[in-house]
Design a protein around this ligand. Structure first.
Ligand code: ZN
Length: 499
């Protein structure tokens, strides 16, 4: 449990999560005698992945000097309340915008864990039923796998974990020390931290750990890096000179954008829904993808593709983030910033109705001529389930699915045209049409990541690649090498690297 103390000049980095995979971010930096944890996120995926969250890394949490949080996505922040269970009472630094989001994200996470356990115990957990339409065989996984049965312990036997309660969340929130972008906070005698804009989601930042005695930062943690082409947030700030860069590589093997023209794709689906007097269901994460979708819907609204359609925003967290974005227009990309300067709200949609309760969700479920953007996780929680229950059995309903869904989840099954779904214990036939919507990722692709790593006045002395599968890390490493980055590291989980 004890970590060797570093002396001045040594920098040690250990990845306790997101090493060769894309969730569970947790890095320990030991530098100049200070021990700093960067991000403490959830492992996500199937139930076995979720159970990994119960096993905390071998870190002496109580003696950490500080914790830094890059942004409010749960794979970066979702285990923070577990710090107080292990005796940590020090400062947790993040941007002021992220701090405002963490209040809701962490309280919501504790609540969701309890709900999912109850649903599991009562047999009400949402899932794709392992029946598939003729001509659409379940691809890479077997039917049994969808049903959770594998050799040994089946996923069905594993309860969703409850990691912490409300009191631990409140204790953790008291430790937050919000910083405006660029403002410095001291961690130890010579070491301080500041944050730079990452362009990934509202409030997201890269964390810059500095030594007063050097012009070169000791370490920069990229967090998640945004694409300069999402259209809503301004591109990331340039990388400052640094000795060590810990760089995410989620899309390190992806070169092209998901879609050449996401506006065109969305407009085509909206036109289809209008032509059949139908309903479009858009399940989405509340932070990031929801705001990008709303920005695209606002663009569609200005171009007339929403005429005759009511937009229902059934995602209180997404609406909260939307309002915070309007308060911080300095985060906008040039496109929306120009609209704002001309007096047009870039996120304005003509007919939009916000829902705040389960009762309102149930009342609006099944309405025609409606676009419903609803909070959903991986289609396994949130208000989208009310709309699925009503909408999936109806042929005039379209479901716009985007992003990655864990194998065996309802979203995964819908993407593969499962014929039935089980929601709240009831089986419903799926007659709604599925439409894949691309171009909503908040992550930079391989070229954009490499360009960002090269955007400073000098190359980092060393780069550690995290937050990506091994093929992604390898592909990004090759690209970085071709740009003159020489010292590249891809540590395995729990491997302590001195650099
Ligand atoms: Zn993220």
């Amino acid at each position: 449990m004890t970590d060797p103390t570093t002396t001045r000049g040594d920098t040690a980095i250990t990845l306790f999560g997101a090493a060769g995979e894309v969730t569970g971010s947790c890095s320990l930096l030991e530098v100049d005698g200070a021990r700093i944890l960067v991000d403490f996120g959830l492992f996500q995926g199937d139930r076995r992945s979720e159970r990994r969250n119960l096993e905390l890394p071998e870190i002496d949490f109580a003696s950490l000097d500080a914790v830094l949080v890059t942004h409010a996505h749960v794979d970066h922040c979702g285990r923070l309340p577990m710090l107080v269970q292990r005796g940590f009472g020090g400062p947790v630094f993040c941007t002021d915008l992220t701090a405002a989001l963490l209040q809701r994200v962490l309280r919501g996470s504790a609540r969701l864990q309890r709900i999912r356990l109850d649903e599991f115990r009562e047999g009400r957990a949402p899932e794709a039923v392992p029946l598939w339409r003729e001509g659409t065989p379940p691809p890479e996984a077997s039917v049994e796998r969808v049903n959770g049965a594998e050799a040994g312990v089946g996923l069905d036997d594993l309860e969703p974990p409850v990691l912490y309660g409300d009191s631990e969340v409140e204790e953790l929130l008291h430790l937050l020390q919000p910083l405006p972008l660029g403002a410095r906070a001291r961690i130890s005698e010579h070491v301080s931290v500041r944050f730079g804009h990452a362009g990934h989601v509202h409030g997201a930042a890269h964390a810059i750990v500095e030594d007063d005695r050097s012009d070169k930062a000791l370490a920069v943690f990229s967090g998640d890096v945004g694409s300069p082409h999402t259209g809503l947030l301004r591109p990331p700030d340039d990388l400052p000179p640094c000795r060590l860069l810990v760089l995410e590589s989620t899309r390190g093997d992806r070169l092209i954008q998901d879609s050449d023209d996401p506006d065109h794709e969305l407009a085509a689906v909206l036109d289809e829904v209008r032509s059949i007097d139908g309903t479009l269901l858009l399940p989405t994460f509340a932070l990031g993808r929801a705001q990008t979708l709303l920005w695209r819907l606002a663009t569609a609204s200005r171009r007339g593709h929403l005429e005759g359609l009511l937009v229902v925003l059934d995602a209180p967290m997404a609406a909260f983030v939307l309002d915070r974005m309007r308060e911080h227009p300095e985060q906008f990309a040039p496109g929306p910033a120009r609209l704002l300067a001309e007096g047009t709200d870039p996120l304005w949609i003509e007919h939009v109705h916000r829902l705040h309760s389960r009762r309102q969700s149930l009342k609006h479920a099944g309405r025609r001529s409606t676009v419903v953007l609803a909070g959903s996780g991986f289609c396994d929680a949130g208000p989208i389930l009310h709309h699925f229950q009503e909408g999936l059995p109806k042929p005039h309903v379209r479901v716009g699915l985007s992003g990655w869904h864990p194998e065996g989840s309802l979203g995964w099954g819908l993407l593969r045209n499962c014929s039935h779904a089980r929601i709240d214990g009831e089986e419903v036939e799926v007659l709604a049409g599925m439409r894949r919507l691309e171009g909503y990722s908040g992550h930079a692709n391989a070229e954009e990541l490499a360009n960002w790593a090269s955007s400073g006045p000098s190359r980092p002395d060393a780069i550690v690649l995290n937050h990506g599968t091994d093929p992604s890390r390898t592909a990004l490493g090759q690209r970085l090498r071709s740009l003159g980055h020489e010292h590249l590291l891809t540590p395995v989980p729990n491997e302590r690297t001195v650099c």
